[in-house]
Design a binder for this molecule. Structure first.
Ligand SMILES: Cc1cc2nc3c(=O)[nH]c(=O)nc-3n(C[C@H](O)[C@H](O)[C@H](O)COP(=O)(O)O)c2cc1C
Length: 137
């Protein structure tokens, strides 16, 4: 069973989450309404990048839950598109026992003009492809 949980301040990561969830046949869930992952699910966790880090609610979700032996795939969006938010999530999850199966990141837009057009259709298609790859594991 798959779960897709995201933190998104401006909407870009939400769009990626919905593309991934659509591919997996589940509904993307906002981390604000999610206390804990379901037992034994393959968990997709995603966040935007805010001053080099994932959102605080994502950090709190990781801190308060146990990930021992759980398969986790990560995704994120940022202004640079470099995936700093994904790397930061990985650093938080590894000591908690998560098995990181893969990650996906791309550019996302912020405010009205910065990175307008991201995530692009191509980036959304790449996110769906990532979900299909993870499904095969
Ligand atoms: C408060 C704030 C801080 C940000 N800090 C960074 C940053 O440190 N590095 C970066 O590459 N992008 C940064 N960005 C750009 C966002 O990471 C990017 O727009 C991302 O797609 C936002 O995701 P969201 O739409 O899901 O909230 C920042 C944006 C905001 C609003």
């Amino acid at each position: 069973m798959f779960e897709v949980v995201y933190y998104s301040m401006c909407g870009s990561t939400k769009r990626i989450a919905e593309a991934i969830a659509g591919e997996l046949g589940v509904k993307a869930e906002d981390i604000k309404t999610k206390k804990e992952p379901t037992k034994d699910s393959f968990l997709f966790l995603g966040s935007g990048c805010y001053r080099g880090k994932p959102g605080r609610k994502m950090e709190e979700f990781i801190a308060r839950n146990d990930f021992k032996g759980r398969s986790v795939a990560l995704f994120g969006t940022s202004g640079s598109g470099k995936g700093d938010e994904v790397k930061a999530m990985e650093e938080l999850l590894k000591p908690k026992g998560a098995l990181i199966r893969g990650s996906f990141y791309c550019k996302g837009k912020a405010f009205l003009f910065f990175n307008r057009g991201h995530p692009s259709n191509e980036e959304l298609a790449n996110a769906r492809e990532f979900a299909r790859e993870m499904k095969k594991l």
